[in-house]
Design a protein around this ligand. Structure first.
Ligand code: CAA
Ligand code: FAD
Length: 379
């Protein structure tokens, strides 16, 4: 693995940092408090090319590598994890799936608009009874010849109300179990599609998480991605890459909290000295920095594996498992370094602590990452 970033990768990192500091930082506390979706900021992210970073330029994307994507995700997540989850879902779950497995017609119709951020996508796998146990899909896509009839409910869908294009997984042949699942592209205005109320969450409160209801939604057969029954494989393959994005999000939350803790420790005096002079505080900072560096290397390893066309299932799961724990541990300690000030909103670290938790849950819980890793080790 090359530890030297290219000029292009450094430029992407600098652009993401600049965008996060100038466009995301102002108002991040209010958006969290009011559960306000960062609509204007997401629009600008599209204009700057952050929503289709790895998509081929012929479909409107940036044609960048996964390492650049990790660097950008880290910078944006340092400031606003609600904005970075929109970026992660659009890039690595929706664009990636359509680009790698969709038909040319689907790419022309949907990918070009998703990659530029003209429209936003959502990835709809989880259901009330099928989260970790994702093969137990109850949503059905009945084959009606030239179309599918879609019925069921999806839960916890990120970009639920702001998306225009939804990748929906549904069971067509229950007797074939996961091999009977299809992936369908559903448009927001298709009849029978209803978006439920927004979830009131612990963290990433600016992101819009909704349940979705489908009642006899007619989805043209040409909107199916891949062969009949390919849907579950598509979901699993897509999630392997998605986990690199969430690992980078966790890394960003951790490094954002760490930077604030260092800064604060050099400002706050107790017992006549800066708190950074107390060894207890120094050791916290040393642990944070070491863990963050290890998480960064795992994220970059997974991105490197993806860029060099190696199997990245294990490295992505390891990166997500480790970085999400580092995010949780680091943000808790960053609050501690801030003392009482860490417990109030204006110092940011309490939000980061709340945001960190989701990285251990979505795109496969930490327990699921251990299942994925151990299966890879033992196969
Ligand atoms: N690539 C391609 N195919 C894969 C794969 C991969 N990386 N991993 C598994 N598969 C295939 C298997 O080959 C198998 O197919 P065949 O039988 O045809 O060979 C099929 O998937 C089923 O695999 P398993 O038998 O391993 O299935 P399982 O029931 O034991 O479950 C699991 C495996 C890893 C636990 C899986 O269900 C899983 O990942 N669960 C977590 C779901 C998840 O991550 N959800 C996230 C939703 S999206 C989200 O959360 C977005 C967000 O927050 C922003
Ligand atoms: P469960 O599967 O019920 O798990 C409950 C607990 O049991 C967990 O600790 C889990 O790790 C553990 N567990 C379950 N099975 C095992 C096992 N075999 N071995 C050991 N432990 C086990 N989904 C989407 O499809 N698209 C999205 O955009 C999306 N965005 C989300 C946004 C938010 C804010 C949230 C909260 C969730 C989102 N999800 C999304 C859903 C998310 O992926 C699921 O919540 C997650 O996969 C866990 O599923 P579950 O909630 O049903 O928990």
């Amino acid at each position: 693995m090359n530890f030297q970033f290219t000029e292009e990768q450094l430029a992407v990192q600098a652009a993401a940092r600049e965008f996060a500091q100038t466009e995301l930082l102002p108002g991040v506390i209010e958006r969290d408090e009011q559960q306000k979706f960062p609509a204007e900021q997401v629009k600008k992210m599209g204009e700057l090319g952050f929503l289709g970073m790895m998509v081929d330029p012929k479909y409107g994307g940036g044609g960048m590598d996964a390492v650049s994507y990790v660097l950008a995700m880290e910078e944006i997540s340092k400031v606003d994890a609600s904005a970075s989850v929109v970026m992660s879902v659009n890039n690595s779950l929706v664009c990636w799936g359509i680009e790698n497995f969709g038909s040319e017609e689907q790419k022309q119709k949907y990918l070009t608009r998703l990659a530029t951020g003209e429209v936003i996508g959502a990835f709809c796998l989880s259901e009330p009874e099928a989260g970790s146990d994702a093969t137990s899909q109850r949503t059905t896509a009945e084959d009606k010849g030239d179309h599918y009839l879609l019925n069921g409910t999806k839960n916890w869908i990120t970009n639920g109300s702001t998306a225009s294009v939804y990748l929906v997984f549904a069971q067509t042949h229950p007797e074939k179990r996961h091999r009977g699942i299809n992936a369908l592209i559903v448009e927001r205005d298709m009849e029978g599609f209803v978006v439920g109320p927004k979830e009131n969450k612990l963290g990433i409160r600016g992101s819009d998480t909704h349940s979705l209801m489908f009642t006899d939604v007619k989805v043209p057969k040409k909107n199916r991605i891949g062969e009949d029954g390919f849907g579950f494989k598509l979901a699993m393959a897509t999630l392997a890459g998605g986990r690199i994005g969430i690992a980078a999000q966790a890394l960003g939350i951790a490094s954002g909290a760490y930077e604030l803790a260092v800064k604060y420790s050099k400002e706050r005096m107790t017992f006549g000295v800066l708190i950074s002079q107390h060894q207890a505080i120094q050791f916290k900072l040393a642990d944070m920095a070491t863990n963050i560096e290890a998480a960064r290397l795992l994220c970059l390893q997974a991105a490197y594996d993806k860029d060099t066309h190696q199997d990245y299932t294990k490295s992505a799961a390891m990166a997500k498992l480790f970085a999400s724990k580092v995010a949780m541990d680091t943000t808790i300690e960053a609050v501690q370094v801030h003392g009482g000030y860490g417990f109030v909103k204006e110092y940011h670290v309490e939000r980061m602590m709340r945001d960190a938790k989701i990285t251990q849950i979505y795109e496969g819980t930490s327990e699921i990452q251990k299942i994925v890793i151990s299966r890879e080790l033992l196969k």
